[in-house]
Ligand binder design. Structure first.
Ligand code: PLP
Length: 372
């Protein structure tokens, strides 16, 4: 029998030139936010076609800052999808506002925009659509609701740098777009995040807020607000900037890998992802649903025993302990699609260090153990 090393869910593809780029910063002695952060911001803003990019310490700090800069706080409500990484709702709690959960579409796992209007109240201040698993949301309905009710749209594109709906990049249509460079993303700074906006005033405030509330007046420091230390270091920026030079290559390789999964799993009972027409999916996660009568958690264990690192996809946030205790929502009734995606979802390995043969091997094991 063929023996293979364990295939983890993700290994970032850090190459020699990325290590060299980090070493250059280390040797320079200029480690904190500096020229590399500036270059990262310039290059990503140009790629996305937005006026401003502001790099920060991670993709939770980005969302937190977004809410702070918009003045969202106690007494306010923010609409979020019921299915996402927990951070999307945690930041709403952290500013003292209330997350209002909306169910997702079964096919894309993104927020169901048709269900949003019924959740809008006089307290609603913002909507945070999430571009889940690297698939861009269709924002048309959400943007028109935001105009009708004067709500801010903060796009959580943590997993979706480069994803598109039509001609629009994920993260570029709301007042703010938020990205993460966590190691499970296509390019990584270890920890890192970035906000984008076309609003000059918001961008200026964000730069102040991420850096202890410091504004520079004629070269002198003025502490104009109670800010955070949410800066990205130049070490992190150099690492991710170096990978960004081959970003298009990375995304197109991931398309090829995803096509192998579709080919190999099409005749099975797994429910495969749907990519709407005119959408570009970046495959941050290749997220499938296990067959109806299948125990997903047992399947995860069986796959791990057979050398395949897999995991569940995302949280059904109102069903997690903190949110259940606080809001006691009946998720099966209120957000059934999010609950199902959380209980039946499975993410398969998909990254540059894998090849055709690895993916075929993963699929063969998957088919073998699913009904064992
Ligand atoms: C949708 C979503 N939002 C926010 C975050 C938080 O990003 P970070 O881990 O960089 O704090 C993640 C992380 O994976 C995420 O998937």
């Amino acid at each position: 029998m063929e023996t293979r090393a364990f295939i983890p869910l993700m290994i970032p593809d850090i190459q020699q030139q990325d290590i060299d780029a980090v070493n250059e910063v280390l040797r320079s002695g200029m480690l904190i936010q500096g020229k590399k952060v500036e270059a990262l911001e310039e290059q990503i803003a140009a790629y996305l076609g937005v006026k401003h990019a502001i790099a920060v310490s991670n993709g939770t700090a980005t969302l937190h800052l977004a809410l702070v800069v918009l003045g969202i706080g106690p007494g306010d409500e923010v609409i979020v999808p019921a299915l996402s990484y927990i951070a999307t709702a945690n930041v709403v709690e952290l500013v003292g506002a209330t997350p209002v959960f909306v169910d997702i579409e079964t096919q894309t796992f993104n927020i169901n925009a048709e269900l949003i209007e019924q959740k809008i109240t006089p307290k609603t201040k913002a909507i945070i659509p999430v571009h889940e698993f690297g698939q861009a949301c269709n924002l048309e309905t959400i943007l028109s609701l935001s105009q009708k009710y004067k709500l801010a749209v903060i796009e959580d594109a943590a997993c979706a740098l480069g994803a598109k709906s039509g001609d629009s990049f994920a993260g570029t249509q709301g007042v703010l777009g938020s990205f993460s460079f966590h190691p499970r993303k296509a390019i990584t700074s270890g920890e890192g995040g970035l906000l984008v906006t076309n609003n000059d005033e918001i961008a200026k405030k964000l730069r102040v807020l991420r850096n202890h509330g410091i504004e520079y007046q004629n070269g002198k420091m003025d502490f104009v607000s109670a800010g955070f230390n949410y800066r990205m270091t130049d070490i992190q920026a150099a690492l991710v900037l170096s990978q960004f030079q081959r970003f298009d290559q990375i995304l197109s390789y991931k398309q090829k890998l995803a096509a192998i999964y579709f080919e190999e799993l099409q005749e099975t009972d797994f429910i495969l992802p749907t990519v709407p027409k005119n959408h570009f999916h970046t495959w941050q996660s290749f997220h499938i649903l296990v067959p109806e009568n299948n125990d997903r958690d047992k399947l995860i264990d069986k796959l791990k025993q057979r050398g395949i690192g897999v995991n569940l996809g995302a949280q059904c946030i109102p069903n997690e302990t903190f949110y259940q205790k606080k809001y006691q929502l009946n998720c099966a009734e209120l957000v059934p699609n999010a609950l199902k995606a959380n209980q039946k979802g499975l993410v398969l390995p998909l990254y540059e260090r894998l090849n055709d043969s690895d993916l075929k091997h993963i699929c063969a094991i998957l088919k073998e153990v699913v009904y064992e």
